[in-house]
Design a protein around this ligand. Structure first.
Ligand code: KG4
Ligand code: ZN
Length: 332
């Protein structure tokens, strides 16, 4: 691999991010400018507002990534951007910026799958993780159990049939009037609550698919009927149900496919209880576990660079005609 200094850009949702990563693992800079404050007043991401904010932020964020990395653009070997899945207007900002820079600076360009990027956040800090591996990818838009036998080769074992895990966190938090995004707020509240309410564990022993919509409704119904229950106990009990389902299925999958280890990725992988439960489950089963740093779980561009580096070494560059694809799937 001769191309080893990658500038990556991530704008699939509400974070404008750029990073410079060497050899797919040495993070020279990782800048994330969050739009959370802009969207919080609406209780969720407003796509049109997000794309306008990306337009304002993209150039300074890229400039900061180059300065923090201590490099000139002439040092770069590859320019990458997330091309999907995500919000079309947001994706277009990152993809257009990356292609323009690639053209002007005469560098190759590669479009990256956001889900593949989340998977590769595991290899950023542990590049020698042994395969086969089961990865639990849990974010605001996706909940998937993926088997990886080889690099860049995936088998989706299961996924959510309705809400993603992060979406359930956000919707429950919204109903409880806790603010946006709900995941980190519920995570924090759950520290001081008691898991006394037995919320349902949907599809716990039914294969590898997930369903979180019914659990969300149970929480809402419970709160309606029992308005005096401390909010911390609701948060802890809800979180226990989510984590129980996620970890039970991930552990079972890892054992069934004879995986060497189990990893987690995506925004919900920043959850304290999930991180602890994954480590415990792996210890019990003698599996290697890997839990990326929190800053590499939520959307960031360092993971995009890691995936770009792998893809480029296998498939070469993308054409400059490559566009954004809001519905891009994980290649199986
Ligand atoms: O990966 P991500 O940053 O963006 C997507 O690709 O969706 O994930 C965002 C999701 C949100 O739903 C947010 O509430 C959730 O990740 N999240 C968490 C935590 N931090 C972020 N969920 C539970 N606990 C957390 N600590
Ligand atoms: Zn994401």
């Amino acid at each position: 691999m001769t191309q080893n200094l990658v500038l990556a850009i991530e704008t699939s949702c509400d974070e404008t991010a750029a990073a410079v990563v060497a050899d797919g693992k040495n993070v020279l800079s990782s800048v994330v400018s969050s739009q959370v404050d802009i969207h919080a007043r609406y209780g969720g991401v407003v796509p049109e507002v997000a794309s306008r904010a990306h337009v304002d932020l993209i150039a300074p964020v890229i400039a900061q990534a180059l300065v923090e990395a201590g490099i000139e653009h002439s040092d770069l070997d590859l320019i990458a951007a997330t091309r999907g899945p995500g919000l079309i207007g947001s994706l277009l900002v990152g993809v257009s910026a990356a292609k323009s820079l690639a053209l002007v600076w005469k560098k190759p360009f590669i479009g990256v799958n956001h889900l593949e990027a989340h998977l590769y956040s595991c290899f950023l800090e542990e590049p020698d993780l042994e395969l086969p591996l089961v990865v639990l990818l849990v974010s605001g838009g996706h909940t998937m159990l993926i088997a990886m036998d080889n690099h860049l080769s995936y088998k989706i074992l299961g996924q959510t049939l309705d809400d993603a895990a992060g979406e359930a966190y956000d919707k429950v938090a919204r109903y409880l009037g806790l603010g946006y995004p709900g995941g980190p707020i519920i995570d924090q509240l759950a520290v001081s609550g008691k898991p006394e309410i037995e919320f349902p564990r949907p599809m716990l022993h039914e294969g590898y698919n997930f369903s979180f919509s019914g659990l969300k409704t149970s929480v809402i119904n419970y709160v309606r009927k029992n308005p005096e229950t401390p909010i911390e106990d609701i948060a802890t009990s809800f979180q226990e149900a989510v984590v129980d389902v996620l970890v039970t299925k991930a552990k079972k999958a890892a054992i069934e496919i004879n995986a060497k280890g189990l990893c987690i990725g995506g925004g919900v992988a920043a959850n304290s209880r999930l991180r602890e439960a994954v480590l415990d489950a792996c210890l019990q089963e003698g599996l290697h576990s890997f839990v990326p740093s929190r800053s590499y779980c939520t959307d960031n561009a360092a993971m995009v660079a890691a995936a770009a580096w792998r893809r480029y070494s296998q498939d070469g560059p993308s054409s400059l005609y490559t566009g954004a694809d809001p519905n891009l799937r994980l290649p199986e």
